[in-house]
Design a protein around this ligand. Structure first.
Ligand SMILES: NC(=O)c1ccc[n+]([C@@H]2O[C@H](COP(=O)([O-])OP(=O)(O)OC[C@H]3O[C@@H](n4cnc5c(N)ncnc54)[C@H](O)[C@@H]3O)[C@@H](O)[C@H]2O)c1
Length: 350
């Protein structure tokens, strides 16, 4: 095994009971055999202990339930674990929910990020802030956003993530704080909550249920496998430069319709299940990132091809019904499904 680069030995990971956080934690523990990790997670509707089962190097991992927006929770975790660096993934992440109720997004994504920034500054720790391509808003002109492109978020989720990024850059500029920001395109892979497109459509396709797609379904997204994102985060943690923004992308846009068609093929479902429903308000048509500088400076590149990756991902959801049941619940009622039900009700003869 290659010798890992110099790296922090004690890493606190916020949001590691979620989709990307748990994939990152797995890579952190397996790539760096001398690392100790703490998961710091509030276990909201999106966070699940099931995502932390079968961790490699589980004996080097501890779990702490806590809220990033509560200074005392963060202070106690820092005092008990004594981290050398923090990777911050905890967030409210579902755009549809942010349209319905902005409050938790402001609390976690804005205030919570500032709480962590303050704690890291006091303790003199590196903070890697995990952000998103959505902060740039619609790129319908097709020009990929660079790390210096102006932020023009279109929805509350994206606006609160942009606010977190700006607070981090302000802390770097004002205090010389060691912050690294990463922005990534859409992730796919195992353990994503089935309120999001790929797991939701996989489960519905297999059940032979209608597949509601927003509007014409021609919105374009770039899909990166979560393990490729996790590898990028590890590189940013070890080698990222303070004050910089790194982009991670697969550089291959696909329409939502193409993605759902690929899911139908993988799940053995009929594409005629696809139904177009009223579009999400403010729905961006295209996101695209220029990640040349990241590839060069962090020596990073994605390894997983979408064609193989989507098949494996759909299979994972279909082969893990116990996981799906464990994480499912009231929280899985999505805006998308509600929209669909409203339309069905409107069309039903009275
Ligand atoms: N999913 C994507 O495609 C994508 C793409 C780019 C960037 N991101 C960013 O990556 C990060 C992780 O996204 P994800 O898809 O894994 O999210 P997720 O919704 O699956 O998980 C979020 C986790 O954060 C925890 N959390 C929420 N509020 C908290 C709080 N106040 N205190 C502590 N923990 C809290 C939840 O319990 C959950 O475990 C987010 O910051 C998101 O903005 C996601």
């Amino acid at each position: 095994m290659a010798t890992p680069p110099p790296h922090p030995r004690r890493v606190l990971v916020t949001g590691a009971a979620g989709f990307i956080g748990s994939a990152f934690l797995r890579q952190l523990l397996s790539a760096w055999p001398d690392v100790q990790a703490m998961t710091f997670d509030a276990l909201t509707y999106a966070g699940h202990r099931e995502n932390l089962e079968d961790l490699p190097g589980a004996e080097r991992h501890t779990f702490r339930q806590g809220d990033v927006a509560e200074g005392e929770d963060v202070a106690r975790a820092f005092a008990d674990f004594a981290p050398e660096a923090v990777v911050h993934l905890a967030a409210e992440t579902h755009v549809d929910r942010s349209i319905l109720d902005p409050a938790p997004f402001l609390r976690t994504n804005v205030h919570g990020t500032q709480v962590l920034l303050d704690a890291c500054r006091t303790a003199g720790l590196r903070l890697v802030l995990v952000s998103t391509d959505e902060v740039y808003g619609d790129r319908s002109d097709g020009v990929p956003a660079t790390p210096t492109t102006a932020l023009r978020p279109s929805n509350t989720y994206a606006a609160t993530k942009a606010a977190g990024d700006l607070l981090a850059l302000a802390a770097w500029r004002t205090h010389g704080q060691d912050v690294v920001i990463t922005r990534c395109t859409n992730n796919y892979g195992p353990r994503q909550l089935p309120e999001k497109l790929i797991p939701l459509m996989s489960l519905r396709a297999r059940a032979g249920e209608p597949l509601p797609i927003y509007g014409d379904g021609l919105q374009v997204r770039d899909w990166l496998h979560v393990d490729d994102h996790a590898a990028g985060l590890l590189a940013a943690l070890a080698r990222g430069e303070a004050g910089r923004v790194y982009h991670f992308a697969a550089n291959r846009g696909r329409t939502n319709l193409e993605v759902v068609q690929a899911i139908c093929a993988a799940a053995g479902a009929d594409e005629r299940l696809i139904e177009h429903v009223e579009d999400r308000p403010g729905h961006d048509r295209l996101y695209t990132l220029d990640d040349d500088a990241t590839r060069r400076d962090l020596d990073w590149a994605p390894r997983r091809a979408f064609k193989a990756g989507i098949g494996e991902t759909v299979a994972w959801y279909l082969e893990n019904p116990a996981w799906c049941r464990a994480v499912a619940g009231e929280g899985l009622t999505t805006f998308l499904e509600a929209n669909y039900r409203d339309r069905q009700a409107a069309e039903r003869p009275s």
